[in-house]
Design a protein around this ligand. Structure first.
Ligand code: HEC
Length: 113
């Protein structure tokens, strides 16, 4: 996992107006394998602004289900930065350490409608 993470950090550093496009690349490398609508993770279509842990048909952890509120930018950022701190007991373990990368992937999530 180290190599992709380093590549992503580099991606994030290349500050660019095409933030969502960077986010899409990151998403395809780091997220899609679990978030393409299969049993590995909930679909993320429409997740920005949606209620946390509310996709019908996905079996969320009690930890994430217990979270109140919606996926605001701040909540998405906190979750992606440290999922197990945001929701101790969550089944999503992967994090996005680079702030630039988080901003890019959040910008991309907002385009998924
Ligand atoms: C190894 C599989 C896996 C990968 C890779 C993964 N996720 Fe997840 N993700 C999950 C699982 C499982 C959940 C549900 C967690 C729970 O129920 O505690 C989740 C939940 C989420 C949620 C909350 C969804 C909701 O409906 O409330 C978001 C947002 C999210 N992931 C974003 C991402 C992003 C962005 C990436 C890439 C940086 C990513 N995930 C990579 C497995 C994964």
């Amino acid at each position: 996992m180290l190599r992709p993470l380093l590549a992503l950090a580099a991606l994030g550093l290349a500050a660019t107006p095409a933030l969502a496009a960077d986010g899409e690349q990151l998403f395809n490398m780091q997220c899609k394998m679990c978030h393409a609508g299969g049993p590995m993770g909930p679909s993320l279509v429409g997740v920005a602004g949606a209620k946390i842990a509310a996709k019908p048909g996905f079996n969320y952890s009690p930890a994430l289900k217990a979270k109140e509120g919606t996926w605001t930018d701040a909540n998405l950022d906190a979750f992606l930065k440290a999922p197990t701190q945001f929701a101790p007991g969550t089944r999503m373990m992967i994090s996005v350490p680079s702030e630039e990368s988080r901003q890019a992937v959040i910008a991309y999530l907002k385009t998924l409608k």
